[in-house]
Design a protein. Sequence first.
Length: 256
Amino acid sequence: MSSTIGVELKGGMYTFMSLKLHTSDMKIIDEKLADKVQQAPGFFKDTPVVLDLTVLEEQDLEIDTIALLDCIRRHHLVPIVVSIGNKSSRLVQSIAIPLIESGARRNDSAKDGSRQGSESSTTKLVDSSTLTLPDVDLSVSREVEYVVKAPLLIDKPVRSGQQVYARDTDLIVMGQVGPGAEIIADNNIHIYGPLRGRALCGVSGNVSARIFCQSLEAELVSVAGNYRMLETIPEELRGKPAQIWLDKDRLTIEPL
């Protein structure tokens, strides 16, 4: 008999865009979402998103979840899961897609009482970008050992359809990043060739992360969830060496 494997079940890491609501007003949500999608309709079409309702839950706001999902789908986004602080919240009792508890709640319930947190790449609808810092107990003195993790080095081109993620470190690409390719890092990204695909740095909330490239031709660049499409990059910077970073929550692109 052949030993063909019919199925394989294992853990994996995937990067999804997060849609975080800061209002329950469906009119505002519809207008703001339309504005976002119109910036790059081809990029957002059929894009899976994590629907983050934690702010609405914290503010004890109610929303028509059926109308909300219809609105999101009408803008050609695909809601695949809801992030919520408490799965038993009345806010999501009638919602028809899977639920996950936010990282903050999972950490609160950990036996050691430790608190950890990270921000995913987020499209926010109303408020400017914010970084929520984890709780820190300042009453106890602790010795902290800081370990610097070596950067992830890619010594060949990243081709269309490929994705590279540098977890907890920098990413260095010695060649080009082709159209349709995606490079992701928790810290900085350095590209010693043309950047023609997507580059997302600071995806775990590092607002100090930067992108450096020798030729800026990117489909999309993002720092800690703040993004720009090629169409919105000044003409004089395209095809030139550039660096991208956040300046007070504003995505800034300047020549090197």
